[in-house]
Ligand binder design. Structure first.
Ligand SMILES: [Zn+2]
Length: 445
């Protein structure tokens, strides 16, 4: 299916009316996402026509109204005409969720060299891509459910699966793996194979051809995201209801340096639970649908403490005073989360990574290096360590190139000062670069 030829005018009008109605419905349900809903650019695909009647027929591969990373929303005429307005609107809010939360940049899915992925959900889709799509859906759908917006049949619902709410896609992946395995043994599928498009994993689908919708630039997206986040903050300040996932997203987007210690602690804790693959069903009563499978979660899936590596940017733009203070704080937070006296691997990096130091205390880390920074080399070096770390904590001012693809480990970034930039795949805490506020000990100048 391509977008080369426009659909017949009769359909076009009905399709346009359906999209307009769905948009209004979506904006009414979630006013804090209004600008995002209106930023979606519908691209009408060529309809699939019934050979006998000439009427358009729905194509289930397009039931999610898949989006790409430029905010194009691919609308298959037969599908949109066969779908109730409320359901089309629900998918719009859902796709906005994928886009605004950067699921494509966070995706662990790598492109096959020189190949486009098939658009067909029934075609060969690698298991990892499928699981990531489901996990990203879980991250979005619980916020929609919090608004009493229940998804169409067959979509992933953390509530129905008995999973905890308000987790990230990265946290849902291991939970869904365990659950899918258990349900598979009972001959059941976790959820339908729904493909939400490149907005989820950044891979180009076959129907995205010829730039039919040029879509939003990165700058457009950045500005749009900021205005959505500011709008959500405004609503919170006037005590309007906003689901907690969106609330947290807006806070992260706008106020990354507020209370950075608490934030960093939360991220390290989140990183710990993500990489530990903990499936924490205990505080929540599982639904009947999933309940029967909970007992057979293999205990081997739970690993207690992640292997953590500290990467320290010693390129010279950050002073050793600031680094030492921050190292003490960061190792203190790690101790609080993972227990005291843990051996920790750390290495310094400028344009090249320096040798790994194994330490027990922040004070034992020797800061070496100077000159420029290349965090691509540092992240590659961290990933090449054996055993490979589960969690990488990077201390940097962000004045560096970053790897484009998300690394295999969870990365938490302590971004020092007001400058620099962070990749979308990292969890970021802005840390002020103030000089350390402590009274000098005797003998110190
Ligand atoms: Zn989705």
């Amino acid at each position: 299916m391509t977008a080369d030829r426009p659909p017949a005018p009769a359909f076009e009008e009905a399709v346009g009316a359906r999209i307009a109605a769905a948009r209004l419905w979506a904006v009414h349900q979630a006013p804090y996402l209004a600008s995002a809903v209106f930023a979606l650019k519908p691209v009408i695909l060529e309809p699939a026509l019934d050979e006998d009647t000439g009427e358009p027929v729905a194509d289930p591969d397009f039931r999610a109204f898949p989006a790409d990373t430029r905010w194009n929303l691919y609308v298959e005429p037969g599908t949109v005409l066969a779908t109730p307005v409320e359901e089309v609107g629900w998918w719009m809010l859902h796709q906005v969720g994928h886009l605004v939360r950067g699921h494509a940049a966070r995706s662990p899915v790598r492109p096959e060299a020189g190949q486009e992925m098939s658009h067909a959900a029934g075609a060969v889709r690698d298991e990892e891509a499928h699981r990531w799509n489901q996990a990203a859906d879980a991250e979005i759908n619980d916020d929609l459910e919090a608004e009493d917006l229940r998804g169409p049949a067959g979509v992933v619902s953390p509530k129905e699966l008995g999973l905890p709410a308000n987790r990230t896609a990265e946290e849902y992946v291991p939970m869904l793996d365990v659950l899918a395995q258990a349900m598979g043994r009972g001959g059941r599928a976790l959820a339908e194979a729904i493909d939400c498009g490149g907005a989820v994993d950044g891979q180009v689908r076959a129907y995205e051809d010829d730039g039919s919708g040029d879509g939003l630039t990165r700058l457009d997206q950045e500005l749009l995201e900021r205005s959505i986040a500011a709008g959500i903050q405004d609503r919170i300040s006037t005590r309007s209801e906003v689901p907690s996932g969106w609330r947290r997203w807006a806070e992260d987007r706008l106020l990354p340096s507020v209370n950075w210690r608490a934030r960093l602690g939360a991220m390290i804790r989140r990183g710990v639970s993500t990489v530990a693959g903990q499936v924490d069903f205990s505080h929540r009563r599982p639904s009947r649908r999933a309940g029967a499978y909970i007992d057979i979660v293999p205990p081997s899936m739970v690993r207690a403490v992640p292997d953590t590596v500290l990467v320290i940017d010693t390129s010279g733009s950050v002073t050793n005073d600031v680094l030492n203070r921050l190292l003490a704080e960061v190792t203190g937070i790690i101790e609080g989360v993972a227990g005291p006296n843990r051996r920790l691997r750390a290495f310094c990096c400028d344009v090249h990574p320096h040798p790994v130091q194994v330490v027990r205390r922040a004070g034992d880390i020797k800061l070496v290096g100077g000159g420029g920074t290349d965090m691509r080399a540092a992240i590659a070096a961290a990933m090449a360590l054996r055993p490979r770390p589960d969690l990488v904590i990077v201390l940097t001012d962000g004045e560096t190139p970053w790897p484009e693809q998300r690394p295999a480990a969870h990365v938490v970034l302590c971004l020092i000062g007001d400058g620099g930039h962070a990749p979308a795949w990292a969890s970021v805490a802005r840390v002020p670069a103030d000089p350390p506020r402590r009274v000098p000990a005797k003998g110190e100048s």
